[in-house]
Ligand binder design. Structure first.
Ligand SMILES: Cc1cc2nc3c(=O)[nH]c(=O)nc-3n(C[C@H](O)[C@H](O)[C@H](O)COP(=O)(O)OP(=O)(O)OC[C@H]3O[C@@H](n4cnc5c(N)ncnc54)[C@H](O)[C@@H]3O)c2cc1C
Length: 254
């Protein structure tokens, strides 16, 4: 698969995006000089509800994808919607995930049908003075595409290393090599992202003017995902833990 995909357009930063990473830091951030690439809007990815929170640019979409590990994969089997959580990683405009070769999810998503992959970060609780305006801060992405099985062994190995680099950089090379039977039991799936969209909510509550005097606390409470200290296995440890684990979640080291 090449690096040019249908459904992506290149354009200058629009004035409504002054606070995106691309817009920051420039004296005149209304329009930046370098073009940015966006996913084209169409019937399946155009956000209607809360469209001011929609982002179609690659930097936002990829940024959200790259700072998480858990996705949900949706597909349809004989008219029945299915959704399966699993871990994933990204390379270029492609998402990858792996699973048991015999799993129904792998079989179904590689049978030529469309799938939808979603990733969500919960960034905070938004406590308004009314139930109606109580909300959450979040960054979410929805990607659409047609997954395929990766059958090439060299590509399988290269992608598994990328996956492990996301978990614990350097660990793949330290592990006992995969046995032929283990390779056979593990399937790798790739999905070119044909359409994608992100939705981002930040900040405090949006309240009705007449609620502002209501005597209850209002504001927002940031929430982050944190690693805890490692707990060694009970038996047989022969080496020290020498990786920085899951750098995407390692907020303390950013
Ligand atoms: C923790 C959390 C709490 C939320 N609380 C509320 C709430 O209280 N009320 C509310 O209305 N919404 C809430 N949302 C937003 C919610 O995810 C949806 O955006 C919204 O409900 C979708 O409305 P709709 O079906 O009319 O979407 P439409 O705008 O019709 O969706 C059209 C297309 O936009 C894209 N899209 C829609 N939602 C998202 C999304 N979240 N991320 C990426 N792409 C998207 C999809 O491609 C979809 O097909 C919350 C989200 C999160 C993560």
């Amino acid at each position: 698969m090449g690096d040019q995909f249908k459904g992506r357009v290149t354009k200058c930063l629009a004035p409504e995006y002054p606070n995106t990473p691309q817009g920051r830091g420039s004296e005149d951030n209304k329009f930046r000089e370098e073009p940015m690439t966006e996913f084209a809007k169409n019937d399946r990815n155009r956000v209607r509800r809360g469209h001011n929170r929609a982002r179609y640019d690659e930097d936002t979409v990829y940024g959200i994808l790259d700072s998480h590990f858990l996705c949900h994969i949706a597909y349809e089997v004989d008219g029945q919607p299915q959704i399966i959580p699993t871990s994933y990683w990204r390379e270029g405009n492609r998402l990858y995930w792996h699973g048991a070769s015999k799993s129904r999810m792998i079989r179904e998503v590689t049978s030529g049908k469309e799938a939808c992959v979603t990733v969500t970060h919960l960034d905070g609780l938004v406590l308004a003075r009314s139930a109606f305006h109580t909300s959450a801060n979040y960054r979410s992405v929805i990607c659409y595409g047609r997954p395929e099985l990766v059958t090439d062994d060299a590509e399988f190995e290269r992608q598994m290393k990328l996956f492990f680099d996301q978990l614990a950089p350097g660990r793949w090379d330290q592990l006992r090599p995969m046995a032929a039977q283990e390779r056979k039991a593990t399937a790798l799936v790739v999905m070119e992202i044909t359409d994608a969209v992100a939705k981002v909510r930040t900040g405090g509550p949006n309240e009705d003017e007449e609620d502002l005097d209501w005597p209850v606390w209002a504001g927002h409470v940031p929430i982050t995902m944190q690693q805890r200290g490692p707990v060694g296995a009970a038996e047989g440890i022969k080496a020290a833990l020498n990786h920085r684990l899951m750098p995407a979640y390692d907020w303390n080291n950013k």
